[in-house]
Design a protein around this ligand. Structure first.
Ligand code: DAH
Length: 361
């Protein structure tokens, strides 16, 4: 036998559902949560459906009245849900709009901080010191003729000094006569010749730039950077050369360093010298120093009094003028100043070494 249910009971249940809905809908803040609430009340297994099912417990006379009451409840709930939905949609639209709005009073975000490459920075610092000593910057081509790269610098085709600077020749120039062959310059010295021919004497120049050789190991790269210096005038003395280079080294490393000039050989200078500075890492105190290998000295620069042959190749009379020149490796200077242990870090394009100061694995 079915359990009889009074219409008054149903009336109470309707009221309960209404109250419970009011309580539940008030804290809802998103359309998603509202949809969940709709399912909870009006869905297949929702509260209203449960009440509808209980209609079967009523007497046939009571059923229409009760059915009408439940239909009214359904429309009321549906209407309330729709009203709430409209409110939520408005609020959500307003929030999205507020996020998109551009606040013109905010300060700009700026760009990520960048920095010059250590070699570029080294070049700028050295150029700036040398400009203070009255030198001007001159640039030359990286694709050079054998004539300027070797011949004019007193290195004819048979000269053994060429072997130290074996380079990359351009295949299309192979069958030309030696002097006209084109190659990637092996040093910045050919710019000396080009500058003398262009500007004549007196002259005081520096020439930074990329140079190329067929070398590739931890301390040699097929491309590296040099800086050349040349001073042409009447009565130029070796002491001016020494003074200028000591000034440059002390200025670059930011303190007075011990220096020594050693006799050396270059085909384009006579006499030729090499400059060593006191080890910037250990100051000559560490016999196991990995920078100076325990010698206490670092070789930084080749130089000499320019050979009369070279001055003449530059179109200047060596009887009237004389000159000095020097050439240094900018990469090596950068490594020494910034404590970079492997030349290849400078060229592999991975900036994390410089950002963290640690080795890149
Ligand atoms: N050109 C030389 C080299 O690449 C460096 C050099 C040495 C340049 C002595 C000079 C100099 O001007 O006088 O090895």
């Amino acid at each position: 036998m079915k359990e009889e249910m009074a219409v008054s009971d149903l009336g109470n249940r309707v009221q309960e559902v209404k109250d419970s809905f009011e309580r539940d809908v008030a804290p809802v803040t998103t359309t998603e949560a509202l949809q969940g609430l709709k399912v909870q009340y009006l869905g297949k297994k929702g509260m209203l459906t449960t009440l509808l099912k209980s209609l079967g417990n009523l007497s046939p006379q009571e059923r229409p009245l009760a059915g009408e009451a439940l239909n009214t409840l359904r429309s009321e709930l549906e209407q309330k849900i729709e009203e709430k939905k409209q409110l939520l949609i408005q609020a959500e639209d307003a929030a999205a709009e507020a996020m998109e709005r551009i606040d013109v009073t905010l300060p700009p975000r700026g760009r990520p901080a960048g920095a010059f490459h250590p070699v570029a920075q080294t070049m700028h610092e050295i150029v700036s010191i040398m400009q203070g000593l009255g030198y001007s910057v001159v640039l030359g081509p990286e694709i050079e003729e054998d004539h300027y790269n070797f011949e004019c610098l007193n290195m004819p085709s048979w000269h053994p000094a060429r072997d130290m600077q074996d380079t990359f020749y351009f295949p299309d120039s192979e069958d030309q006569e030696t002097a006209k062959r084109r190659l990637l310059r092996t040093h910045t010295s050919p710019v000396e010749i080009r500058a003398m021919l262009r500007y004549g004497a007196p002259l005081r120049i520096i020439c930074p730039g990329k140079v190329y050789r067929r070398d590739n190991d931890p301390t040699h790269s097929p491309m590296f950077n040099q800086l050349e210096g040349l001073l042409v005038d009447e009565g130029v003395s070796f002491s001016v050369l020494k003074g200028s280079l000591i000034e440059l080294m002390n200025g670059f490393f930011g303190r007075a360093l011990k220096s020594r000039f050693r006799a050396s050989y270059f085909p384009f200078t006579e006499p030729s010298m090499e400059l060593d500075i006191e080890c910037v890492e250990c100051g000559g105190k560490n016999p196991d120093c990995r920078i100076c290998k325990g010698t206490g000295w670092l070789e930084v620069c080749g130089m000499g009094m320019t050979h009369p042959f070279v001055i003449r190749a530059g179109g200047i009379d060596p009887e009237k003028y004389n000159a000095f020149a020097f050439g240094m490796g900018l990469d090596r200077m950068a490594m020494l100043k910034y404590g970079i242990s492997d030349l290849r870090y400078l060229f592999n394009g991975n900036v994390s070494y410089f950002l963290s100061g640690r080795d890149v694995l």
